[in-house]
Design a protein around this ligand. Sequence first.
Ligand SMILES: [Zn+2]
Ligand SMILES: [Zn+2]
Ligand SMILES: [Zn+2]
Length: 344
Amino acid sequence: MSERRWNPILREWVITATHRQDRTFLPPRDYCPLCPTLPGALVPTEVPAAAYDIVVFENRFASLHPVAPEAAIVGTDLYPVAPANGVCEVVLYTSDHDSTLADRSVDEIDRLIQVWTDRSVDLASRDDVEYVMPFENKGAIIGVTLTHPHGQIYAFPFVPPKIAQEFASGQAHREATGSCLFCDVVEEELRDGRRVIWENTCWVAFVPFCARWPYEVHVFAKAHVLSLANLTEDERYALAEAIKAVLLKYDNLWNFSMPYLMAVHQAPCGDVDASSFHLHLEFYPPHRTPVKLKYLASVETSAGTFINDTLPEETAAALRAVLPHGVPDLAAVPLWRTTGVAEK
Ligand SMILES: [Zn+2]
Ligand SMILES: [Zn+2]
Ligand SMILES: [Zn+2]
Protein backbone atom coordinates (compact mmCIF):
# COMPACT_ATOMS: atom_id res chain seq x y z
CA MET A 1 0.00 0.00 0.00
CA SER A 2 1.31 3.40 -0.88
CA GLU A 3 -0.40 6.73 -1.41
CA ARG A 4 0.00 10.39 -0.51
CA ARG A 5 -2.41 12.14 1.81
CA TRP A 6 -2.85 15.91 1.90
CA ASN A 7 -2.59 17.53 5.32
CA PRO A 8 -4.86 20.62 5.00
CA ILE A 9 -3.60 22.00 8.32
CA LEU A 10 0.11 22.01 7.50
CA ARG A 11 -0.59 22.13 3.75
CA GLU A 12 1.79 19.30 2.92
CA TRP A 13 1.75 15.77 1.54
CA VAL A 14 2.51 12.73 3.68
CA ILE A 15 3.40 9.49 1.90
CA THR A 16 2.24 6.16 3.27
CA ALA A 17 4.36 3.14 2.36
CA THR A 18 3.35 0.22 4.53
CA HIS A 19 5.27 -2.36 2.48
CA ARG A 20 8.50 -0.74 3.73
CA GLN A 21 7.93 -2.36 7.12
CA ASP A 22 9.27 -5.58 5.58
CA ARG A 23 12.61 -4.08 4.54
CA THR A 24 15.78 -6.09 5.11
CA PHE A 25 17.12 -4.82 8.43
CA LEU A 26 20.89 -4.83 9.06
CA PRO A 27 21.59 -8.26 7.49
CA PRO A 28 24.83 -10.10 8.40
CA ARG A 29 27.88 -9.09 6.35
CA ASP A 30 27.65 -12.22 4.14
CA TYR A 31 24.02 -11.52 3.21
CA CYS A 32 24.38 -7.90 2.11
CA PRO A 33 21.97 -7.44 -0.83
CA LEU A 34 24.05 -4.52 -2.14
CA CYS A 35 27.35 -6.42 -2.46
CA PRO A 36 28.36 -7.89 -5.83
CA THR A 37 27.06 -11.37 -6.66
CA LEU A 38 30.19 -13.46 -6.24
CA PRO A 39 30.83 -16.47 -8.54
CA GLY A 40 29.05 -19.53 -7.17
CA ALA A 41 26.76 -17.51 -4.91
CA LEU A 42 23.60 -19.41 -3.93
CA VAL A 43 21.49 -16.27 -3.81
CA PRO A 44 22.08 -13.36 -6.22
CA THR A 45 22.29 -9.88 -4.73
CA GLU A 46 20.74 -6.77 -6.27
CA VAL A 47 23.81 -6.52 -8.54
CA PRO A 48 24.41 -9.42 -10.97
CA ALA A 49 28.14 -8.71 -11.32
CA ALA A 50 31.28 -9.80 -9.47
CA ALA A 51 32.47 -6.19 -9.03
CA TYR A 52 31.19 -2.75 -9.90
CA ASP A 53 31.99 0.93 -9.81
CA ILE A 54 28.75 2.90 -9.34
CA VAL A 55 25.37 1.19 -9.77
CA VAL A 56 21.89 2.74 -9.83
CA PHE A 57 18.67 0.75 -9.63
CA GLU A 58 15.08 1.31 -8.60
CA ASN A 59 14.46 0.82 -4.89
CA ARG A 60 12.70 -2.48 -4.20
CA PHE A 61 11.07 -0.90 -1.14
CA ALA A 62 10.17 2.40 -2.76
CA SER A 63 7.82 4.97 -1.28
CA LEU A 64 7.17 6.51 -4.72
CA HIS A 65 6.34 4.42 -7.78
CA PRO A 66 6.56 4.98 -11.58
CA VAL A 67 3.22 3.14 -11.77
CA ALA A 68 1.62 3.96 -8.45
CA PRO A 69 -0.55 1.36 -6.71
CA GLU A 70 -4.16 2.12 -5.85
CA ALA A 71 -4.60 4.14 -2.68
CA ALA A 72 -5.69 2.29 0.47
CA ILE A 73 -8.38 4.85 1.16
CA VAL A 74 -10.65 7.18 -0.81
CA GLY A 75 -9.96 10.88 -0.24
CA THR A 76 -12.50 13.59 0.55
CA ASP A 77 -12.70 17.30 -0.21
CA LEU A 78 -11.02 18.03 3.10
CA TYR A 79 -8.52 15.17 2.85
CA PRO A 80 -7.41 14.71 -0.76
CA VAL A 81 -5.58 11.45 -1.52
CA ALA A 82 -3.34 11.00 -4.56
CA PRO A 83 -1.25 8.16 -5.96
CA ALA A 84 2.29 7.95 -4.58
CA ASN A 85 3.76 8.38 -8.03
CA GLY A 86 7.41 9.22 -8.64
CA VAL A 87 10.65 7.26 -8.55
CA CYS A 88 12.98 6.07 -5.76
CA GLU A 89 16.42 4.92 -6.83
CA VAL A 90 19.34 3.44 -4.93
CA VAL A 91 22.89 4.54 -5.81
CA LEU A 92 25.68 2.15 -4.80
CA TYR A 93 28.94 4.06 -4.46
CA THR A 94 31.29 1.08 -4.70
CA SER A 95 31.39 -2.71 -4.45
CA ASP A 96 33.64 -2.33 -1.38
CA HIS A 97 31.23 -3.14 1.46
CA ASP A 98 33.53 -1.94 4.25
CA SER A 99 34.01 1.63 3.13
CA THR A 100 32.25 4.99 3.17
CA LEU A 101 31.88 7.91 0.80
CA ALA A 102 34.73 9.61 2.69
CA ASP A 103 37.02 6.79 1.51
CA ARG A 104 36.28 7.38 -2.15
CA SER A 105 38.77 9.43 -4.16
CA VAL A 106 37.86 12.87 -5.50
CA ASP A 107 37.72 11.28 -8.99
CA GLU A 108 35.21 8.70 -7.75
CA ILE A 109 33.07 11.33 -6.02
CA ASP A 110 33.19 13.34 -9.25
CA ARG A 111 31.80 10.29 -11.08
CA LEU A 112 29.08 9.99 -8.42
CA ILE A 113 28.08 13.62 -9.06
CA GLN A 114 27.94 12.81 -12.79
CA VAL A 115 25.57 9.96 -11.95
CA TRP A 116 23.42 12.27 -9.76
CA THR A 117 23.36 14.72 -12.67
CA ASP A 118 22.44 12.17 -15.35
CA ARG A 119 19.72 10.67 -13.17
CA SER A 120 18.39 14.13 -12.22
CA VAL A 121 18.06 15.14 -15.87
CA ASP A 122 16.42 11.85 -16.81
CA LEU A 123 14.00 11.79 -13.87
CA ALA A 124 13.14 15.50 -14.30
CA SER A 125 12.02 14.75 -17.86
CA ARG A 126 9.13 12.67 -16.52
CA ASP A 127 5.79 14.50 -16.68
CA ASP A 128 4.88 13.51 -13.12
CA VAL A 129 8.14 14.67 -11.49
CA GLU A 130 8.51 18.14 -9.96
CA TYR A 131 11.55 17.65 -7.80
CA VAL A 132 14.66 15.43 -7.81
CA MET A 133 16.74 15.06 -4.66
CA PRO A 134 19.90 12.93 -4.38
CA PHE A 135 20.66 12.16 -0.75
CA GLU A 136 22.39 9.80 1.65
CA ASN A 137 21.51 8.48 5.09
CA LYS A 138 24.67 7.16 6.73
CA GLY A 139 24.99 5.26 9.98
CA ALA A 140 22.96 2.67 11.89
CA ILE A 141 22.39 5.34 14.51
CA ILE A 142 20.08 7.26 12.22
CA GLY A 143 18.14 4.15 11.21
CA VAL A 144 19.98 3.01 8.07
CA THR A 145 18.91 -0.58 7.32
CA LEU A 146 21.86 -1.53 5.08
CA THR A 147 25.43 -0.50 5.91
CA HIS A 148 26.83 -0.96 2.39
CA PRO A 149 27.95 2.50 1.16
CA HIS A 150 25.04 3.88 -0.82
CA GLY A 151 22.79 6.86 -1.32
CA GLN A 152 19.38 7.36 -2.86
CA ILE A 153 17.57 9.60 -5.32
CA TYR A 154 13.91 10.56 -4.88
CA ALA A 155 11.95 12.00 -7.80
CA PHE A 156 8.92 13.63 -6.15
CA PRO A 157 5.57 14.41 -7.82
CA PHE A 158 5.55 17.68 -5.83
CA VAL A 159 8.08 20.17 -4.48
CA PRO A 160 8.77 19.03 -0.89
CA PRO A 161 7.91 21.62 1.80
CA LYS A 162 11.43 22.57 2.83
CA ILE A 163 12.49 23.14 -0.77
CA ALA A 164 9.27 25.04 -1.43
CA GLN A 165 10.05 27.28 1.55
CA GLU A 166 13.62 27.91 0.34
CA PHE A 167 12.29 28.57 -3.17
CA ALA A 168 9.64 31.03 -1.91
CA SER A 169 12.23 32.83 0.23
CA GLY A 170 14.50 33.15 -2.79
CA GLN A 171 11.69 34.59 -4.90
CA ALA A 172 10.66 37.07 -2.19
CA HIS A 173 14.26 38.18 -1.65
CA ARG A 174 14.76 38.69 -5.38
CA GLU A 175 11.57 40.77 -5.59
CA ALA A 176 12.61 42.86 -2.57
CA THR A 177 16.31 43.36 -3.37
CA GLY A 178 16.84 42.29 -6.98
CA SER A 179 19.54 39.82 -5.97
CA CYS A 180 19.78 36.08 -5.25
CA LEU A 181 19.19 35.30 -1.57
CA PHE A 182 21.68 32.43 -1.65
CA CYS A 183 24.38 34.46 -3.43
CA ASP A 184 23.90 37.07 -0.68
CA VAL A 185 24.28 34.35 1.99
CA VAL A 186 27.51 33.15 0.34
CA GLU A 187 28.83 36.72 0.20
CA GLU A 188 28.00 37.35 3.85
CA GLU A 189 29.56 34.06 5.02
CA LEU A 190 32.76 34.71 3.06
CA ARG A 191 32.97 38.31 4.33
CA ASP A 192 32.34 37.30 7.95
CA GLY A 193 34.39 34.10 7.82
CA ARG A 194 33.63 32.87 11.34
CA ARG A 195 31.39 30.02 10.17
CA VAL A 196 33.36 29.01 7.07
CA ILE A 197 35.03 25.63 7.53
CA TRP A 198 36.55 25.08 4.07
CA GLU A 199 36.48 26.58 0.58
CA ASN A 200 37.95 26.21 -2.86
CA THR A 201 37.55 28.41 -5.94
CA CYS A 202 33.98 27.29 -6.71
CA TRP A 203 32.44 26.20 -3.36
CA VAL A 204 32.26 27.29 0.24
CA ALA A 205 31.37 25.01 3.18
CA PHE A 206 30.05 26.66 6.33
CA VAL A 207 27.99 26.04 9.45
CA PRO A 208 24.82 28.07 8.77
CA PHE A 209 24.19 31.20 10.85
CA CYS A 210 20.94 29.58 12.04
CA ALA A 211 22.16 25.97 12.12
CA ARG A 212 19.51 23.63 13.52
CA TRP A 213 22.03 20.87 14.25
CA PRO A 214 25.35 21.44 16.06
CA TYR A 215 27.58 20.23 13.22
CA GLU A 216 25.25 21.05 10.32
CA VAL A 217 27.24 22.12 7.24
CA HIS A 218 25.99 23.66 4.00
CA VAL A 219 28.08 23.67 0.84
CA PHE A 220 27.12 26.43 -1.59
CA ALA A 221 28.23 27.16 -5.14
CA LYS A 222 30.02 30.51 -5.18
CA ALA A 223 28.61 31.18 -8.65
CA HIS A 224 24.86 31.45 -9.20
CA VAL A 225 24.12 27.89 -10.35
CA LEU A 226 20.58 26.46 -10.29
CA SER A 227 21.05 22.71 -10.55
CA LEU A 228 23.58 19.91 -10.95
CA ALA A 229 23.00 19.92 -14.71
CA ASN A 230 24.21 23.54 -14.89
CA LEU A 231 27.66 22.81 -13.41
CA THR A 232 30.74 23.08 -15.60
CA GLU A 233 33.19 20.15 -15.41
CA ASP A 234 35.53 22.25 -13.27
CA GLU A 235 32.72 23.23 -10.89
CA ARG A 236 31.63 19.60 -10.63
CA TYR A 237 35.15 18.41 -9.83
CA ALA A 238 35.51 21.20 -7.28
CA LEU A 239 32.25 20.01 -5.68
CA ALA A 240 33.72 16.51 -5.39
CA GLU A 241 36.67 18.09 -3.55
CA ALA A 242 34.30 19.97 -1.25
CA ILE A 243 32.28 16.83 -0.41
CA LYS A 244 35.48 14.87 0.29
CA ALA A 245 36.78 17.71 2.48
CA VAL A 246 33.59 17.98 4.57
CA LEU A 247 33.40 14.19 5.08
CA LEU A 248 37.09 13.99 6.06
CA LYS A 249 36.57 16.79 8.56
CA TYR A 250 33.58 14.96 10.06
CA ASP A 251 35.54 11.70 10.40
CA ASN A 252 38.61 13.46 11.79
CA LEU A 253 36.65 15.62 14.26
CA TRP A 254 36.22 12.89 16.87
CA ASN A 255 38.14 10.09 15.14
CA PHE A 256 35.22 7.89 14.16
CA SER A 257 33.22 7.47 10.99
CA MET A 258 30.58 10.21 11.47
CA PRO A 259 26.94 9.34 10.73
CA TYR A 260 25.07 12.01 8.78
CA LEU A 261 22.19 12.89 6.52
CA MET A 262 23.26 14.59 3.29
CA ALA A 263 21.01 16.07 0.59
CA VAL A 264 21.47 17.93 -2.67
CA HIS A 265 19.13 20.92 -2.94
CA GLN A 266 18.73 21.91 -6.57
CA ALA A 267 16.08 23.93 -8.36
CA PRO A 268 12.55 22.52 -8.83
CA CYS A 269 12.19 20.97 -12.28
CA GLY A 270 8.48 21.45 -12.90
CA ASP A 271 6.92 24.17 -15.03
CA VAL A 272 8.23 27.06 -12.87
CA ASP A 273 10.74 29.90 -13.19
CA ALA A 274 13.43 28.49 -10.90
CA SER A 275 16.00 31.22 -11.59
CA SER A 276 15.96 32.44 -7.99
CA PHE A 277 17.03 29.03 -6.63
CA HIS A 278 20.70 28.22 -6.03
CA LEU A 279 22.38 24.80 -5.86
CA HIS A 280 23.68 23.70 -2.47
CA LEU A 281 24.26 20.60 -0.35
CA GLU A 282 23.22 20.19 3.27
CA PHE A 283 24.83 17.83 5.80
CA TYR A 284 23.23 16.95 9.14
CA PRO A 285 25.23 14.78 11.57
CA PRO A 286 23.04 13.75 14.52
CA HIS A 287 25.91 13.96 17.03
CA ARG A 288 26.31 16.93 19.34
CA THR A 289 29.27 15.36 21.18
CA PRO A 290 31.19 12.12 20.45
CA VAL A 291 28.77 10.22 22.72
CA LYS A 292 25.60 12.31 22.67
CA LEU A 293 23.01 12.70 19.95
CA LYS A 294 20.61 15.52 19.27
CA TYR A 295 17.01 14.30 19.35
CA LEU A 296 13.99 16.07 17.97
CA ALA A 297 12.06 16.81 21.15
CA SER A 298 8.74 18.55 21.77
CA VAL A 299 9.78 22.05 20.81
CA GLU A 300 11.35 20.89 17.55
CA THR A 301 8.64 18.36 16.68
CA SER A 302 5.54 20.15 17.94
CA ALA A 303 6.45 23.79 17.48
CA GLY A 304 8.87 23.43 14.59
CA THR A 305 11.43 25.58 16.38
CA PHE A 306 14.91 24.15 16.75
CA ILE A 307 17.02 24.73 19.83
CA ASN A 308 20.73 24.39 19.12
CA ASP A 309 22.87 23.60 22.18
CA THR A 310 25.97 24.97 20.47
CA LEU A 311 27.12 28.19 18.84
CA PRO A 312 27.60 27.85 15.07
CA GLU A 313 30.76 29.98 15.31
CA GLU A 314 32.27 27.52 17.81
CA THR A 315 31.34 24.30 15.99
CA ALA A 316 32.61 25.89 12.76
CA ALA A 317 35.92 26.71 14.47
CA ALA A 318 36.21 23.07 15.59
CA LEU A 319 35.51 21.76 12.07
CA ARG A 320 37.83 24.36 10.52
CA ALA A 321 40.66 23.29 12.82
CA VAL A 322 40.65 19.60 11.82
CA LEU A 323 42.15 18.26 8.61
CA PRO A 324 41.91 18.89 5.73
CA HIS A 325 42.75 22.56 5.57
CA GLY A 326 43.16 22.97 1.83
CA VAL A 327 42.54 21.41 -1.55
CA PRO A 328 45.86 20.06 -2.86
CA ASP A 329 46.53 17.26 -0.38
CA LEU A 330 43.00 15.83 0.02
CA ALA A 331 44.16 12.32 -0.89
CA ALA A 332 46.94 12.49 1.69
CA VAL A 333 44.73 13.45 4.64
CA PRO A 334 44.86 10.66 7.23
CA LEU A 335 41.45 9.21 7.88
CA TRP A 336 40.64 7.68 11.21
CA ARG A 337 38.79 4.40 10.70
CA THR A 338 36.68 2.37 13.08
CA THR A 339 33.77 0.01 12.96
CA GLY A 340 31.65 2.05 15.32
CA VAL A 341 31.47 4.15 18.42
CA ALA A 342 29.96 3.48 21.80
CA GLU A 343 26.77 5.43 22.28
CA LYS A 344 25.39 6.64 25.55
ZN1 LIG B 1 27.63 -4.97 0.93
ZN1 LIG C 1 22.57 32.67 -6.39
ZN1 LIG D 1 18.52 23.88 1.26
